[in-house]
Design a protein around this ligand. Sequence first.
Ligand code: SF4
Length: 90
Amino acid sequence: MANSEPTVFKNVCPLDCPDTCSMRVTVQDGVAIDLRGDAEHAFTRGFLCRKMARCLDRVYSPDRLMFPMKRVGVKGAGKFERISWDTDQP
Ligand code: SF4
């Protein structure tokens, strides 16, 4: 159940791209619930490419990795174990 009112924040796309598209992100209870191009921006005019337009799907995907993982077993076996953020890797 939502406790706070949705708040819209003006941002720019953080991806490494020269377009630097302007966008608006709506946040409610600490969760981004909407992301769209800023239609009022003079240059990008509401545009977001596919990479950023689907950003919230990636951020909140249940498949998103939230911890560092280390491959165990042979490469390609798809087996990993969780490791600490402080673990040194060769
Ligand atoms: S939304 Fe796409 S085109 Fe726009 S700055 Fe980001 S990566 Fe570049």
